[in-house]
Design a binder for this molecule. Structure first.
Ligand SMILES: C[S@@+](CC[C@H](N)C(=O)[O-])C[C@H]1O[C@@H](n2cnc3c(N)ncnc32)[C@H](O)[C@@H]1O
Length: 292
């Protein structure tokens, strides 16, 4: 624990030389892989042992994450922050897996003002982050020592991870015995999409003119929506990808099963009303605790 706290403090110290920062990174790591430090980015050497398909999906996503329209709706990230806040302690060491390429601390953490927050992000794009981040690392191989993290966050990243069973085992390894995993995921169950697409966007979404036009076109919109739902159901049943960025499409049942398959105990869940977003908190079950 002390090593990670030190790392976070070191990275925040402006007068510390680059070589001192690198030494601290090496002490923190499991092996002797090469590390480079640029500002708050700790660049992990080597390539992840993942498929070409995963790499292609990653490459296809960057533009989307950088678009001005990405994460424009602040409500759900802020609600996820509230979900994280329950049970959060000021000194907790928090690792955000798949934190993205936004330079600022993510919206879901901003109100908590965390002291020991750091990210892990496979995309090697270097941005001037205002928090430390393990760049080029993947959830399937977390470059941290065992039992060093209090909370692991997966904010819309779990469905992008290729080998989720291996990644969850890695998360259990780096998590302290009483640590927790907090997941925010989009659900693909058609009923949640139906709720999210109901009256709210028609009554409150966009300008008045847009809302009036949408109300008038409601029968047409509804028919198209039903066609989309049927098509989505068909593709999901056949295991056909719905887009070119995600690795899997979670239903409520499937994400619960994936988490529980790793001997994690789900302690809290919520589906945000009127949306397809689900938040899940899970902890090491006592059996898992004994195994470790
Ligand atoms: C939809 S973005 C979410 C970014 C950020 N958490 C947010 O809420 O804006 C999904 C993220 O998962 C990351 N990701 C994909 N595969 C991963 C893996 N194997 N391990 C860790 N992160 C991964 C992507 O690079 C991307 O940053």
């Amino acid at each position: 624990m002390a090593k990670i706290v030190n790392l976070v403090k070191l990275l925040k110290l402006k007068d510390l030389g680059e070589s001192d920062k690198s030494d601290e990174c090496k002490r923190l790591a499991n092996n002797s892989a090469d590390y480079q430090v640029h500002g708050n980015n700790i660049i992990i050497g080597g390539e992840a042992d993942l498929s070409l398909e995963w790499q292609e999906r990653q490459d296809a996503s960057i533009e989307r994450y950088e678009a001005a329209s990405y994460n424009q709706n602040e409500a759900i990230p802020r609600l996820f922050g509230c979900f994280i806040a329950i049970g959060h302690q000021d000194e907790d060491i928090i690792l955000d897996i798949g934190c993205g390429v936004e330079p600022r601390v993510p919206l879901y953490m901003r109100d908590l003002d965390p002291k020991n927050f750091f990210g892990l992000e496979p995309l090697k794009k270097l941005v001037a982050r205002d928090f430390p981040c393990l760049v080029g690392a993947v959830a399937e191989e977390i470059p941290l020592k065992d039992a060093t993290v209090d909370s692991l966050l997966l904010a819309t990243s779990m469905d992008h991870i290729e080998k989720i069973d291996i990644a969850l085992k890695e998360m259990l390894r780096v998590l302290k015995p009483d640590g927790r995993i907090l997941v925010w995921t989009g659900l693909y169950d058609v009923e949640f999409l139906a709720h999210a697409k109901s009256f709210y966007p028609i009554v409150f979404g966009g300008s008045l003119a847009r809302r009036v036009v949408r109300s008038l076109l409601l029968p047409l919109e509804f028919t198209l929506f039903l066609c989309r739902l049927a098509e989505r159901k068909r593709r999901m049943a056949l295991g056909i990808a719905l887009d070119d960025v995600h690795f899997r499409y979670y239903s409520r049942q499937r994400i619960t099963a994936d988490i529980e398959a790793c001997s994690l105990k789900i302690t809290r869940t919520i589906v945000v009303p009127g949306s397809t977003s689900m938040f899940i908190e899970a902890q090491k079950s006592s059996e898992q605790y004994k195994q470790n």
